[in-house]
Design a binder for this molecule. Structure first.
Ligand code: ZN
Length: 222
């Protein structure tokens, strides 16, 4: 399969390629054009890409740095990404929702009812160590798309953190499940889309939560 893909791309693009298949969640496609060859990293999903997608991909690689990602390729990545569903592999017994202070499931349920008409069917869990500081703000919470799983860092399970902050972080991760990411000109998946940012502001205490995080972030981040 990999060999076929490699031969196809090599022939269609007419370039010398160094091809790598990845399982990365954020980079479905990356191309680096170097002297005499192109370094291509493709997500596993491309192993089953239809011919027209491969042709467009080869055209993109051939065009070099100045080209932009063809629509067919973008659509293919977006569709494949949305189709991935590994939620059955989440082991309910390994989820931990009841914290020292916050009950994630109760928070999730109330947000689901208030903002999503109780339509969402996601799993949620605490993760991480309660006292270890984070390297970047991104990790307050995570949403794993194929698992339909929200992970909230245990640093937030603390008595001096306002209720609305934890609600906001959970709300933010829930939004990821309803706002489809898009793929930009370079094959990067953009998750905080304008639609996402607009919906984020619909959270009742958006400004309060945002302000609190800004004022207190040094506590959490290195
Ligand atoms: Zn996010």
């Amino acid at each position: 399969m990999l060999k076929t893909l490699y031969e196809q791309l090599q022939t269609l693009s007419g370039l010398n390629l160094k091809l790598r298949i990845n399982d990365n969640r954020s980079t479905m496609l990356s191309v680096r054009w170097e002297q005499g060859h192109a370094r291509v990293s493709l997500h596993r999903m491309f192993l089953k890409a239809p011919v027209n997608v491969m042709q467009e991909l080869a055209r993109y690689i051939k065009a070099g740095r100045s080209g932009s990602l063809p629509l067919e390729v973008k659509k293919f990545i977006e569709y494949q990404t949305q189709k991935m569903d590994y939620s059955h592999s989440v082991k309910k017994g390994e989820l931990s929702t009841r914290g020292r202070r916050f009950d994630l499931l109760a928070i999730y349920d109330s947000l689901n009812e208030s903002y999503f008409g109780s339509d969402l069917q996601l799993a949620i869990t605490w993760y991480g160590h309660p006292s270890r500081r984070l390297r970047s703000q991104i990790n307050f919470g995570l949403y794993c798309y194929p698992l339909k799983l929200i992970k909230i860092h245990r640093l937030l399970d603390s008595f001096d953190i306002p209720d609305y902050v934890v609600h906001f972080v959970v709300y933010h991760e829930m939004l990821h499940s309803v706002c489809a990411p898009f793929v930009n000109q370079r094959g990067m998946t953009i998750v905080h889309t304008p639609e996402f940012k607009q919906k984020e502001r619909e959270f009742q205490f958006f400004h309060e939560a945002h302000q609190w995080i800004q004022l207190n972030k040094d506590r959490f981040f290195k």
